[in-house]
Design a protein around this ligand. Structure first.
Ligand code: SF4
Length: 334
């Protein structure tokens, strides 16, 4: 089966005065049509750099290896190719709506321009479509709001406008990087409901970057857990929440007592610091912080173990010869 998006062995580095930062190290994953996949991890885990590479926001010289295929076609990681896809097949929503909106241009014009860039429509048709999109994302009095500037909108309404711009060309994939982090809790829930509703109506795929496991449980079908520039575990939401197989995932899960708890929880920091990405360890990147680290963990990077269909974890504890640990310590089960 063809995946909508395939990322294979992606490697991204950034030169700095202190040396080369290995931000993404051999990352592979795929997304299917209509799937909502969350990428979670602490800051510095490589999640944002990974999606920025997919979006063509990382200079080609920093991409040291890897392939990205979208809708069966190789994207040669050039800015030109990515620009073609952006806005036509891939839409983007960022944390701060003001970074995506031009403060000096009326909202409606910004949406209509996006539409006309990718579709052959007259000005009047693009305006009509822009008004329809404003309605679709739940902006009341869309005709009047069309003529207003971003500063006349609240934070939540601005994020709705950004979503309308992202949807303007019926994207197959929407990439949302912490889309609700800057909003207050009630508005967050409304924006998530809107995204869920639109995803169902339009059948698009969503990659959701978040550090909030409550959002993951609410939105995603599949989860990719990243640590130290690598994917350490991937599986369905059920696999990750109910049968996690990596000590880093166990650490993340301690921040949510159970899936049905409505209270908003953030990831609690795990003891120790993330790995030094100037010279990543040769073994498991989590070893210095892992209470279960064994000799082999320091010596040899763990292979990816298949746990069940679609569930993998890169941790030596999943080797049949490894000691069985009392490890299922997602909070609430301790
Ligand atoms: Fe811990 Fe070893 Fe598993 Fe890494 S491979 S997470 S150090 S047990």
């Amino acid at each position: 089966m063809n995946h909508l998006l395939e990322v294979e062995h992606l490697k991204v580095t950034f030169p700095t005065y202190g040396g080369e930062v290995q931000a993404v190290r051999d990352v592979s994953f795929s997304i299917d049509q209509g799937e909502v996949v969350a990428i979670v991890g602490e800051s510095g885990s490589g999640k944002t750099v990974t999606v920025q590479t997919i979006m063509g926001l990382i200079p080609t010289k920093n991409i040291k290896a890897g392939n990205i295929r979208f809708n069966g076609k190789d994207i040669h990681l050039s800015k030109k190719e990515m620009r073609k896809l952006k806005g036509s097949e891939i839409g983007m929503v960022f944390q701060d709506p003001m970074t995506s909106l031009n403060p000096t241009m009326k909202i409606g014009k910004q949406i209509a321009e996006g539409i006309r860039k990718h579709q052959k429509l007259s000005k009047a048709e693009a305006k009509q479509k822009a008004i329809e999109l404003l309605r679709l994302v739940g902006i009341p009095n869309a005709e009047e709001r069309y003529h207003q500037y971003p500063h006349e909108f609240s934070g939540g309404m601005r994020q709705r406008v950004v979503i309308a711009i992202a949807l303007a060309c019926n994207p197959k994939l929407l990439i949302a990087d912490e889309p609700t982090t800057a909003l207050d809790v009630t508005i967050q829930a409304q924006i998530l409901d809107l995204m869920k509703d639109l995803q169902r109506k339009m059948g698009m795929s969503i990659i959701l970057i978040t550090h909030d496991l409550g959002v993951v449980a609410e939105m995603a079908q599949r989860v990719i857990v990243m640590y130290g520039g690598t994917v350490v575990e991937t599986g369905s939401v059920f696999d990750i929440f109910e049968n996690p197989k990596h000590p880093y995932t166990w650490g993340l899960l301690r921040s949510i007592p159970n899936l049905h708890d409505k209270e908003k929880k953030r990831l609690v920091p795990i003891d120790g610091s993330p790995p030094d990405l100037f010279s990543p360890p040769k073994g498991c990147p989590f070893a210095p912080r892992c209470p279960y680290a064994m000799e082999i963990c320091v010596e040899k990077s763990p292979q990816e173990f298949d746990i069940s269909n679609g569930h993998t974890a890169s941790c030596w504890l999943n080797d049949p010869r490894a000691p069985k640990v009392e490890a299922f310590i997602a909070a609430g089960r301790e």
